[in-house]
Design a protein around this ligand. Structure first.
Ligand SMILES: Cc1cc2ncn([C@H]3O[C@H](COP(=O)(O)O)[C@@H](O)[C@H]3O)c2cc1C
Ligand SMILES: O=C(O)c1cccnc1
Length: 356
């Protein structure tokens, strides 16, 4: 999929998932079409760039954005034992219950945006009761504590990546047009910070923030725990970094990005943790960047720098810091609006002809 650097990614689901960069030679033609619409030139601003991105992704077909689905990947983190979160680990499984009941933030915002939602147990540290709306893709019950040992084996990391890609590919085969990714996993901003530290790269102090709400003392504790994890391994190769620092849901989201890109569908990226997954995917397969739509700038410290590393300028700035895909679903109406620029807005010539 990504050339000889990552032979691990050239088998299984990835073998038939080559990722092609967008063919920019069609951009002038798309710009001319947008310029011909009944509006002043450039007047839809950055939505026009989004329309071009969608046009290139779908070329030669017209873009489609009706069927959008949010995939919420849930998993636990061994590193949570180091006190890196303000909240206890069992919140992860409780929130999975809330998604299945339909009353969590992600459910409500997804409904408001007309986005379907699927919940995936990638590695919640509990036996989850079977539920028709819960996809059991458990790799293991939480990662190991990366302050002491590698969070995952290479095999586990790769299995999680593949599973994420497969889930998205199946959904696309069943007619999903737009993928949105989100997560739930207490402690996962620490994991995301470690990935950022190695993959941007950037000093850990610029990557670690309050997450779900640590006070300054808590942030200092989180920084020291992540420093201990970082001292344990000097990995810089994306797959090694993933196995060392986790997490399972981040691996699955990265797989989802690769799967969406391989199937030529836009993938809407949520906040800090989903962006860490996108960064991982982009480091594995740079062409995957072309399919990413960065929804919003999270309030989490480090997100701006992480976005910069991917040359990403998000569309929304609402000081969100929830995760779960809440920012991603809010951007889906913008994606649909951008699609409508190409597929629905009338041409100025036709509008003028009607009065001549
Ligand atoms: C009730 C609750 C619901 C959430 N939904 C998402 N997160 C968010 O908080 C977690 C990351 O923050 P940290 O690294 O500080 O634990 C993730 O689960 C993220 O999705 C939540 C957190 C809580 C407490
Ligand atoms: O930006 C996010 O996704 C985020 C930030 C803090 C806590 N949970 C999620």
């Amino acid at each position: 999929m990504t050339g000889s650097d990552y032979p691990e990614l050239s088998s299984g689901v990835f073998a038939d998932l080559p990722i092609a960069p967008l063919d920019r030679s069609h951009e002038p033609e798309l710009r001319t079409r947008i310029d011909g619409k009944c509006k002043p030139l450039g007047s839809l601003g950055r939505l026009e760039d989004l329309a071009v991105q969608l046009g290139l992704i779908w070329h030669p077909e017209p873009p489609r954005t009706e069927n959008a689905t949010l995939f919420v990947f849930a998993a636990d983190h061994g590193l949570a034992a180091e006190g890196v979160s303000r909240y206890p680990a069992h919140v992860t499984r409780a929130m999975v219950g809330a998604y299945l009941d339909g009353h969590a933030g992600a459910n409500v915002l997804a409904r408001a945006a007309g986005v379907a939602m699927r919940v995936i147990d990638g590695g919640v540290d509990a036996e989850m009761p079977a539920h028709p709306d819960l996809l059991d893709a458990k790799i293991r019950r939480g990662t190991r504590n990366s302050a002491h040992e590698a969070a995952m084996t290479q095999h586990e990391a790769l299995t999680a990546l593949r599973r994420g890609a497969e889930i998205v590919r199946e959904a696309i085969e069943q007619g999903v047009d737009v993928i949105a990714i989100g997560e739930m996993g207490i402690g996962n901003t620490a994991s995301a910070a470690l990935l950022m530290h190695r993959l941007v790269p950037a000093p850990l102090a610029d990557c670690v923030g309050p997450g779900s709400g640590l006070d300054p003392e808590g942030v200092a504790r989180k920084l020291s725990a992540t420093e201990r994890a970082a001292r344990r391994s000097n990995a810089t190769r994306p797959l090694d970094v993933l196995a060392e620092f986790g997490g399972i849901e981040i691996a699955m989201m990265a797989g989802a990005v690769l799967g969406a890109a391989a199937c030529r569908r836009p993938v809407v990226i949520d906040g800090f943790i989903a962006s860490a997954a996108a960064l991982l995917a982009v480091r594995l397969a740079p062409a995957a960047r072309d399919y990413c739509v960065f929804s919003h700038r999270s309030a989490e410290r480090g997100h701006s720098l992480m976005l910069q590393a991917m040359h990403a300028e998000p569309y929304l700035e609402l000081k969100l810091r929830l995760g779960e895909g809440t920012g991603a679903v809010l951007a889906v109406p913008l994606v649909r609006a951008a699609c409508g620029i190409l597929t629905e807005i009338a041409d100025l010539d036709d509008v003028l002809a009607a009065v001549s």
